[in-house]
Ligand binder design. Structure first.
Ligand code: SIN
Length: 536
């Protein structure tokens, strides 16, 4: 392994070590400790409450009435948004089990918004054929979910390692047996665990413009790839259409719920040009095309027709006030921003990855629930459904993956899959968007990678733009030295995930869901398959 500090071995073996502290990881940790009495550790590179979950706005899509037709409609909307690549069994699990998990969260103390009768309020969002999104604090749902879970974790789990960075998985005899972590002062520790759950979130930091916090560097996905686990659907990176166009990073989000309440998208001439309630891929694509056509850096969200804006969306109101905007009178400048990694480490329906002992849940995975494009407000739901499923599988003595969910594409020989066979797919670098020279500092190289990804592998892509991005990423790869700091490790992880994403995006010569190739604008029947990427 890398680094200069001596390695210390943590003696007590845990039943479950959870990496990451968002909704997927903490839901699993609470279930394991509270319901099953397991010895559970949670390891996170920041503070416990510092997960991407906290930034989630709109809410949780779930049919709490129990009406089977309404649940089937949620299933149908999810499949429709996923553009032919969802795994129907995974989506069935998501929509059927979601309501119970929401009720458990309420039992743990999460407070969702209610109407005057005391019933949970539900909102409409893009791609949903009816209102089914519950929310908290207007558009501060993630913050409330995180608050409730953190307080439950503090009451139940055995050990919490904060400001501790998981460097790599420990693999022994073909099984994951723990992690190597790096503490605040750089000391290295081996933490043994009978089971490791990757719940490390996504990789919005691949892009220069993102709604994700600085911590979203694809660490879990990259670590799993290095350990030989199969990943898929990396080319489907979802861009949220309505991020506030403001220099702040992460970009402040103007929740999809605003459009559900009637906010309109207008171009630079004030004209509407897209149905605001289409799924995100459709809206982001239309906006990007319009921005290019009109040669503008942003468009407008007109929320002036929303009554009681400040009461319904207090957190968005104060974000806007900070930049002098009043949604009652001002149109709000918006542009798409990288938002959600739809693919990742392939799991079966119980969260088992292709490496025994390694489980995964939440944004870092490819469970098959999102396919080519995630339906709005299905991400908190995915975490709270699939995290606990991992724990139930461990408790039932499951040791490895089965051919179910997205894992079917790895284990079922009849499943149509294209295995890319490694991220180095023999591309000849064509051109470079950036000067060929790679800057020296880690931060500068991260910014170079982000700019190249945004320009060449963003909402709209072409073969040449992807190849140019490959050239930049290859330059950054060549510049990587022995990691000495967390920032060095994060950059290496971003490079690994970028390589996987680019390899899949090059191979997917069609446009589907969140992956739009301007040079291949149509859907190809032949490519209605998952592209599985494995490091050689
Ligand atoms: C939003 O409120 O628009 C974001 C929620 C999500 O990503 O599903």
């Amino acid at each position: 392994m890398t680094g200069t500090s001596p390695t210390v071995r943590a003696r007590a073996e845990l039943d479950l070590l959870v990496l990451g502290s968002g909704v997927a990881g903490l839901s699993a940790a609470v279930r394991a400790a509270d319901t099953h009495g397991m010895a559970v550790g949670v390891l996170t590179k920041g503070e416990l409450e510092q997960a991407t979950t906290r930034w989630a706005q709109g809410g949780v899509a779930a049919v709490l009435s129990g009406d089977p037709d309404a649940i089937d409609l949620h299933l149908a909307d999810t499949l429709e948004a996923g553009a032919g690549l969802c795994d129907i069994d995974s989506v069935r699990v998501l929509v059927d089990e979601g309501p119970s998990r929401v009720n458990e969260l309420i039992g743990l103390g999460a407070i969702f918004d209610r109407d005057a009768t005391g019933a949970l309020s539900v909102s409409l969002e893009g791609g949903h054929s009816e209102a089914r999104v519950i929310h908290a604090g207007g558009a501060a749902t993630g913050e409330e979910v995180e608050r409730a879970l953190v307080s439950a974790v503090q009451r139940t789990v055995t050990v919490v390692h904060e400001r501790s960075f998981a460097v790599d998985l420990l693999v022994d005899g073909g099984r994951c047996v723990g992690v190597i972590a790096r503490g605040e002062t750089g000391e290295r520790t081996e933490i043994a665990a009978r089971n490791v759950l990757l719940a490390t979130g996504g990789a919005g930091q691949l892009f220069a413009v993102t709604t994700n916090p600085a911590e979203a560097t694809g660490d879990g996905t990259a670590m799993a790839m290095r350990a030989g686990a199969a990943v898929a659907d990396l080319e489907f990176f979802q861009f949220h259409p309505t991020a506030l166009h403001d220099p702040r990073m992460p970009r402040p989000l103007l929740s999809e719920a605003l459009r559900g309440h009637g906010a309109l998208i207008r171009d630079s001439t004030g004209e509407r040009f897209v149905d605001e309630l289409e799924p995100r891929d459709v809206v982001s694509r239309a906006m990007t095309a319009r921005m290019l056509e009109q040669k503008v850096e942003h468009l407008w969200l007109d929320a002036t027709g929303i009554s009681h804006f400040a009461r319904r969306f207090p957190t968005i109101t104060s974000t806007l006030a900070e930049v002098g905007l009043d949604p009652g009178v001002d149109w709000l400048p918006i542009a798409p921003a990288a938002h959600h990694q739809c693919g990742g480490v392939i799991t079966d329906l119980r969260g088992a990855t292709s490496l025994p002992g390694l489980w995964a849940a939440g944004e870092t995975t490819c469970t098959g629930v999102h396919g080519a494009n995630r339906l709005a407000s299905n991400s908190l739901l995915e975490g709270m459904v699939f995290g606990p499923r991992v724990v139930e599988a461990i408790d039932a003595g499951v040791v490895g993956p089965e051919a179910s969910g997205a894992m079917r594409c790895v284990l079922d020989p009849d499943d149509p899959t294209l295995e890319i066979g490694g991220v180095h797919i023999g591309l000849e670098p064509l051109d470079s968007i950036e000067p060929a020279e790679v800057p020296v500092g880690t931060g500068e190289r991260r910014a170079q990678l982000q700019r190249a990804m945004t320009l060449g592998a963003g909402v709209l892509r072409t073969g040449p733009s992807l190849a140019a991005t490959v050239a930049v990423v290859a330059g950054v790869r060549r510049s990587l030295a022995e990691p000495r700091t967390v920032a060095d490790h994060e950059l290496a992880n971003l490079v690994t995930v970028a390589e996987g994403l680019l390899a899949a995006a090059m191979a997917r010569t069609e446009s589907r869901g969140a992956h739009t190739r301007s040079d291949h604008p149509d859907v190809s029947e032949l490519l209605q398959v998952r592209l599985v990427v494995r490091l050689p």
